[in-house]
Design a protein around this ligand. Sequence first.
Ligand code: ATP
Length: 235
Amino acid sequence: MDGIKAAGRALFGGSFNPPHVGHLRLAIEMAETLRPLAAGVELTPCATPPHKVAGGLLPFDLRAAMVEACLDGLPGLSCNRMEAGRPGLSYTWDTLRACREETPERPLFFILGSPDYALLPHWHRGLELPCLCQLVVVPRGEGSEKNFLAATQSMWPGAQPCEPVLPGSRRMRLPGGGLVHFVPLPWISVSASRIRHRWLHGLNVDFLVPRPVLDLLDAHRETVLAHWLPEPRPD
Ligand code: ATP
């Protein structure tokens, strides 16, 4: 197989409500880290999140448009709108299964932050996701690597460390044969909740979100105000 056809896919799911520099730096550095195992990173906005979104969710098209606006000129990064085409709740299980069916010959990776990784037992078929893809966990907060090892052992007792294949990473093999990676990328202390809070209070969000995101939020001000709800101060 030639390089591109053989290369895998890497999905990075999120609500992207809105996308911010934490998401984007992570996507850029993961695309570099996964090369040549994956051809790039597909930022995949969640259409209908299964869990309640505390701060109010912007319409899918606006969130996807913000993601697309950020990716202009960034090689290897793309926006995957596949969840919009599916009725009902957007389960990651269904998304990854559909990818497997689309491209069965290509390895599949799913990237997620360490706090979300620890919550997999609460996701629909969360503990079965490694049957469909390799999970790639990235830090979000201090002590993430220790938490990764503990969370992996507790979710899949008998998981064993194995030879890493991604630069500077840890890798574990699960009893059923699945693989999970921990990639210690630097993380930026920013969240969409903090950005929503600041934007709703008229506070400056420059450099927390790329300029095209800010422009879209301003251009769709009425829609944004109709969807985002005031939340308790997140920091
Ligand atoms: P919210 O504050 O609304 O909960 P969020 O900032 O966590 O949103 P999401 O779109 O829910 O953003 O996150 C998508 C994925 O990106 C998740 O796996 C999350 O852990 C990860 N992520 C979000 N922000 C960061 C960050 N600053 N550093 C590393 N990972 C992040």
